[in-house]
Design a protein around this ligand. Structure first.
Ligand code: NAD
Length: 301
């Protein structure tokens, strides 16, 4: 018996990426799965793959930012499987990264609508059905970007920060209905293998090794945590946020070659030198650069 046997789970944005891994994992643990996604073609293909896995599933096409679509999804779940026990608010988008002076109100509004208003609407309509069944679980997929930032990400970071606040607000409001509400904040998750069609990840050694856990995250990592939180084993957990990032936020610095080149520029005061080192590392010519540096040092000494 799976931990979610007899449960009904809605996964928004479940056609591709992290949401798809969550849908497969919840299905494998015995839940009936409702995949809700704006991408109809990907949604139909995900449904086929879920059924191939042996899961009981349906696909509902729609936009999380449309209250009509949200109501239709909750109704479809109830008609197909008798109700809703688990809601995973996973669908999310970013805005094009650009300086705040160039960001548009339209871009801001769309990110907030999908990443924050969508989860609010889904929570509102799914919780009504959960309450009638005597309880349920809502898992909001936020991001470590709710807690720390790279430049030029205001709409995304603000939407995810809002989602953390929505999580504790809902946890308190819905507690009398025995509905638990939690947030999961992933760090860097490589989703290529969960796209449609699946792609090969293009990751470097630096990408992996800068993580205290020694590797970039996978959708399966997030899915395993969501399955636990959705199960009765997590019955004493509500209102809180789980960071799943291989240790990056406690390390407090995301390293990439641009950051290293920036640090080298700071050290030497010479951006051209930093760029040359960066190019030498990328081209594998580090040995020659070291030999040239030793020769220069010998000459200088
Ligand atoms: P993805 O783009 O691979 O998949 C997102 C899915 O959501 C797609 O199937 C897409 O069609 C669907 N979707 C987008 N807008 C929608 C809408 N308006 N209505 C319904 N469905 C919609 O993204 P992902 O990387 O798998 O991210 C999933 C969630 O995890 C997002 O909330 C994202 O912010 C969060 N997250 C991702 C990472 C990461 O590194 N991948 C890190 C932190 C947080």
């Amino acid at each position: 018996m799976g931990r979610l046997e007899g449960k009904v789970a809605i996964v928004t944005g479940g056609a591709r990426g992290i949401g798809a891994a969550i849908a497969h994992r919840l299905g494998a643990e015995g839940a009936s799965v409702v995949v809700f996604d704006i991408d109809a073609e990907a949604g139909r293909e995900r449904l086929r793959l879920l059924k191939e896995q042996g899961a009981s599933a349906i696909f509902v096409h729609g936009d999380v930012a449309s209250e009509g679509d949200v109501i239709r999804c909750v109704r479809s779940a109830t008609e197909a499987f008798g109700g809703v026990d688990v809601l995973v608010n996973n669908a999310g988008i970013g805005a094009p990264p650009k300086p705040i002076f160039e960001q548009t109100l339209e871009e801001w509004n769309r990110v907030i609508a999908v990443n924050l208003t969508g989860p609010y609407l889904f929570a509102k309509h799914a919780a009504r059905v959960m309450a009638r069944r005597g309880g349920g679980v809502i898992v909001n997929i936020a991001s470590t970007r709710a807690l720390q930032s790279e430049p030029n990400t205001e709409p995304y970071s603000a939407s995810k920060g809002g989602l953390l606040a929505l999580t504790h607000a809902l946890a308190i409001s819905l507690a009398p209905h025995r509905i638990r509400v939690v947030a999961v904040s992933p760090g860097w998750i490589e989703t290529s293998e969960w796209q449609l069609p699946p792609r090969k990840p293009q990751l470097t050694r630096l990408d992996h090794e800068q993580h205290p856990a020694g590797r970039v995250g996978r959708p399966e990592d997030v899915a395993a945590l969501v399955a636990f939180l959705a199960s009765d084993e997590a019955g004493f957990i509500t209102g809180v946020n789980f960071v799943i990032d291989g240790g990056m936020t406690v390390k407090m610095l995301y390293l990439d070659d641009a950051v290293i080149a920036g640090a080298l520029t700071l050290l030497t005061g010479d951006p051209e030198f930093a760029e040359l080192v960066r190019e030498a590392v990328a081209s594998g010519a580090l040995g020659e650069v070291k030999a040239a540096l030793r020769a220069a040092l010998r000459k200088g000494g």
